[in-house]
Design a binder for this molecule. Structure first.
Ligand code: SIN
Ligand code: CO
Length: 370
């Protein structure tokens, strides 16, 4: 029986009790889930070089992973059992994939990673494993048996090309059918096996790792660093040990490095640009014959605008971030842009001159569509 996305829970209760804490299985969460998804289409995506795809197979206990793009003739010759085809970033290439993510907009866009879709013949699966991030696993066509367990033992099979748990113990089991949802917090062991030919849609999240975040910030600082001057030693004393590091030189290093400063604004600008950076497979398609600014502004007033599927947009204060770029927008002009970022679309509105110029530049870059 259909219950709604989170079953009997409202979103606040889900966040409080389950998010990052414990799994949740919901029957009929999104009843017609993935009806737009056809096996032929998935196979077609796996042949494209602007789409990330993988084929995971298991033959007599030996796991292998191959990376796309795949040749169509090769995909046609796949055996009847024992494999899973996975396609990442489906929200960037199919409007229905992007629409599916809207169900999860009670979680910050900054935490969202992508929509992955898998297809497996009977018996197919990627083995017992855990993921590092939160995930909502939605069943499309067919039936998948999910087993999950709260084990602490995260030892992995050695020399396998993907992460497979050495010892998997499950404590719960479900047969998921179209529209059923399984939420798993990070590092929760799970194992899904296709009972009949089936597709699964995974809404995956991401969380910045401290080391990468810090390295990214140092990169960001480097681009905006401007320190004038050069070391001088006009009063150089006679050296007994020419190989010894001179105290004056060390002092100069220390004084220079202490001049590297940043403030909350820099951190926000870094966070926004870092988190909206497009991934390697994002392709933006500028309009073939772009409208000039006045015609574009009139169209905005009649039709509104929406974000192109691969676009990532966030904001904080008066700072707006789109696909790794930063723009400062006067508070009075920000309401429509905030709506565009939150809902990925904005209804017709009359833009201020500066908002029209900004949106027009994004439209010409293929970030925004009308
Ligand atoms: C799948 O869709 O086959 C695997 C999803 C997962 O277990 O994370
Ligand atoms: Co998983």
């Amino acid at each position: 029986m259909a219950q709604g996305l989170l079953g009997k829970l409202d979103r606040a209760a889900f966040l409080h009790r389950h998010w990052q804490k414990r799994p949740l299985f919901v029957r009929g969460a999104i009843p017609a889930c993935g009806e737009w998804l056809e096996r032929g289409q998935l196979f077609n995506w796996a042949t494209r070089d602007d789409v990330e795809s993988r084929l995971v197979s298991c033959d007599r206990g030996r796991w292998s992973v191959q990376h796309g793009p795949f040749r169509p003739s090769w995909l046609k010759r796949l055996p009847a059992r024992g494999w899973t085809l996975l396609v990442q970033g489906v929200e960037q290439i199919h409007a229905a994939g992007a629409a599916l993510l809207q169900h999860f907009s009670f979680i910050p866009h900054a935490r969202l990673d992508d929509l992955m879709v898998s297809y497996a013949p009977p018996g197919g699966g990627v083995g017992p494993h855990f993921d590092s991030y939160d995930v909502f696993l939605l069943q499309g066509e067919g039936t998948r048996r999910w087993r999950i367990g709260a084990q602490r033992d995260h030892a992995l099979v050695e020399n396998a090309p993907l992460r497979i748990l050495k010892h998997f113990h499950h404590s719960k089991e479900w047969l998921a059918e179209r529209g059923d949802l399984l939420y798993l917090p990070p590092r929760y062991a799970h194992h899904g096996v296709a009972v009949d030919a089936c597709s699964t849609l995974s809404v995956g999240f991401r969380a910045p790792q401290r080391q990468q975040l810090a390295a990214g910030f140092l990169d960001f600082l480097q681009d905006r660093l401007q320190l004038e001057g050069i070391y001088t030693d006009r009063d150089l004393p006679l050296q007994r040990h020419p190989a010894r590091l001179p105290d004056g030189l060390l002092r100069h290093f220390s004084q220079t490095l202490q001049k590297i400063r940043w403030n909350q604004g820099d951190i926000r600008r870094f966070a926004g640009t870092y988190l909206t950076e497009p991934n390697a497979h994002s392709v933006f398609r500028p309009p073939r014959r772009a409208l000039a600014l006045p015609a574009f502004a009139r169209r905005l007033a009649r039709k509104g605008a929406r974000l192109a599927l691969p676009t990532r947009m966030l904001f904080g204060g008066e700072d707006f971030f789109i696909n790794g770029e930063h723009h400062r927008v006067n508070h009075g002009h920000a309401a429509a842009l905030m709506r565009l970022a939150d809902e990925r679309a904005v209804p017709p509105f009359v833009p201020s001159a500066s908002a029209a110029r900004l949106l027009h530049a994004w439209y010409r870059a293929g970030y925004v569509e009308i």
